[in-house]
Write a protein that binds this ligand. Structure first.
Ligand code: UT7
Length: 331
């Protein structure tokens, strides 16, 4: 086995057609477009209809977009990882279904649960398989149907989240391009602040859990907000420092889209120029594991070979981190 770097060589994405605007949400809960825009930066989000299509529907669409763009035969894919907090069903994996539906007959596949950091953690996993020489083509998908776990009478969460999916292909690179370094962390105490209480082994589904709305996502926004800023800033600073980078060396920061104010705080902390931070939260809201690949999908036209990208995410768990990746192709 040889040691090579693992580079992203293709990007695909998909967001559902149905748009849920702030004006729509004003009809559902006691909120306002002004509050949502000023406190989160979100103007609209996409919603999968019907929800029963499942996360695999969006993941498959994102992969098909990637396969078409790359003109890639799915039988060449070795491994498919689906980062998601909203799998089609608890058992079996969404990834297995996606693999079969796209015709990846030579692949194995599994789901990865890292909440909003799922794609970032998946980058580490995908790159490790490639740089070890074990596999040549690893497909990493971030996909979430957040509308399936949101209580649309809870204004603290329903304004934030949306549905979507993005996919990238990791392949070996001979020029040293691709994933260079990462700082990935968790703090299990954080699950008190961001969780779905019921439906797992600790609290299986029952009439009581349904009536108490314990199958919906619960978030204590303020502490999550603070931890998100401090932990993402800290992880980025560690990655920058140990790779002898200065802020001006960074072409783009690809950050989890949870709240525009969090992105602004990180920008201020790093003293970034406004065009260094990629942002699309105003159109999609927080799509959990899909935010990072959807940024790549939206901004792929700006990305050039050898550019330096910093990825960062923070989410339920708590989970967070930062990765440094050099871009491997001109689109
Ligand atoms: O992706 C995973 C990680 N998640 C995050 O990073 C999310 C982090 N948290 C946040 O983005 C923010 O905390 C939220 C957007 C969730 C909330 O914003 P906030 O500025 O932290 O609001 P808050 O929870 O501190 O609430 C401030 C006020 C409260 O009213 P009072 O008690 O001051 O009278 C809330 O009841 O805003 C009220 N409020 C709302 N008002 C209108 C909360 N949600 C809404 C709403 N519309 N949708």
């Amino acid at each position: 086995m040889t040691t090579k770097t693992a580079a992203i060589t293709a990007v695909g994405g998909y967001v559902p057609e149905h748009v849920l605007t702030n004006a729509d949400i004003e009809q559902m809960v006691d909120t306002s477009d002004e509050w949502i825009v000023s406190r989160t930066g979100i103007r609209e989000r996409r919603i999968l209809k019907p929800t029963s299509l499942g996360t695999s529907f969006m993941a498959i669409k994102a992969v098909q977009n990637l396969l078409d763009k790359k003109n890639l035969d799915p039988t060449q894919i070795d491994l498919i990882i689906v980062a998601t907090a909203t799998p089609d069903m608890p058992v079996s994996s969404t990834a297995s279904y996606v693999a079969t539906e796209i015709g990846a007959t030579n692949a194995f596949a599994y789901d990865l649960q890292g909440a909003c950091s799922g794609f970032l953690f998946g980058m580490s996993t995908a790159a490790a398989y490639i740089s070890s020489g074990r596999y040549k083509k690893v497909l990493l998908i971030g996909a979430d149907t957040m509308s399936s776990i949101i209580d649309y009478s809870d204004r603290a969460t329903c304004v934030i989240f949306g549905d979507g999916a993005g996919a990238v292909l990791f392949e070996p690179n001979d020029e040293g391009l691709g994933l260079q370094d990462e700082v990935l962390r968790v703090d299990g105490k954080g699950r008190a602040y961001l969780k779905i209480e019921a439906g797992g082994s600790m609290l299986p589904p029952s009439k009581e859990t349904v009536s108490k709305k314990q199958h919906f996502l619960h978030q204590e926004g303020r502490p999550v907000f603070k931890f998100a800023i401090s932990n993402m800033s800290d992880a980025i600073t560690q990655v920058i420092t140990r790779n002898d980078l200065s802020k001006d060396d960074i072409d783009f920061v690809v950050a989890h889209q949870a709240n525009k104010r969090i992105l602004d705080a990180i920008s201020n902390h790093l003293d970034l120029k406004s065009d260094q931070m990629l942002i699309n939260i105003e159109r999609y809201g927080n799509t959990t594991a899909a935010t990072l690949p959807l940024l790549l999908w939206d901004y792929e036209h700006l990305l050039k070979k050898n550019q330096k990208l910093l990825f960062t995410a923070f989410g339920g768990g708590f989970t967070w981190g930062a990765s440094y990746l050099t871009w491997a192709y001109n689109s």
